[in-house]
Design a protein. Structure first.
Length: 237
């Protein structure tokens, strides 16, 4: 029975049998509550370590990018493949460039340049070795004309027999000790590349080998050297 003046009973309160001890307050510390709090703290710690690891990796990548920039002119596309030749050419004399081709040519080739001036004449000398270990010297002359049509016409004149030629550097004064005085007797090869004519001659460095009969018998081998130089683009830069 409720005492007079007492507040009404709370309908949500559940009667408790005090014979089994006082009730347990769920808000008070207990073994289960402690375990829950430790689990949450561990979870927060692991998440924090994960975020720290991501930050460290990101910082390292940023450092590497900033301190190891890509080389100037680097491209993501693979480099173009350069022609691989049979012979290895070593420069013998520095490259020269002229603008008056008529002054450095003979006979009909000279006449052609007088009527159709070239834009430039680039000449250079290289040495290489045949398979039999004989050393040869290769002259590369690159004639740049105003058009491809004029380049083809110039090549036709140069390729003819007894029509004259573009002088090589040896003929124009470069000395090869114990070697030939000009390189117009063997190993001739020419090709048109755009508006440029590439004229290549190859002979022996040893003047004792650089004479009619030897040059004639070796002309096929010497011409192969000249063709290889043109194919590789030697002297074209």
């Amino acid at each position: 029975m409720q005492a007079l003046g007492a507040p009404p009973p709370d309908p949500t309160m559940v009667p408790y049998d005090y014979r089994y001890g006082p009730p347990t307050d769920p808000r008070r510390p207990g073994p289960d509550n402690d375990r829950d709090r430790r689990s949450k703290r561990l979870d927060y710690a692991l998440k924090g370590l994960g975020l720290l690891g991501v930050a460290l990796v990101s910082g390292l990548l940023w450092y590497l990018v900033r301190n190891n920039p890509a080389p100037s002119g680097a491209s993501l596309t693979p480099p173009s493949t350069q022609p691989t030749g049979v012979y290895q050419f070593q420069a013998y004399h520095e490259t020269t460039t002229e603008t008056d081709c008529a002054a450095h040519s003979t006979d009909k080739v000279h006449t052609f340049f007088s009527a159709h001036p070239c834009q430039s004449l680039t000449r250079s000398l290289y040495t290489t070795t045949l398979v039999n270990s004989q050393k040869v010297i290769t002259s590369v002359a690159v004639v740049q004309m105003s058009s491809q049509a004029n380049a083809r016409a110039m090549r036709t004149v140069s390729d003819g027999n007894g029509t004259g030629h573009v002088k090589d550097l040896v003929e124009d004064g470069v000395v090869i000790p114990g070697g030939p005085s000009q390189l117009q007797d063997a190993g001739y090869f020419s090709v048109v590349k755009g508006n440029r004519v590439v004229i290549v001659m190859t002979e022996f460095v040893d003047g004792n080998l650089d004479h009619g009969d030897t040059l004639k018998s070796a002309d096929t081998s010497l011409r192969a050297v000249s063709k290889d130089a043109a194919t590789q683009g030697i002297g074209m830069n």
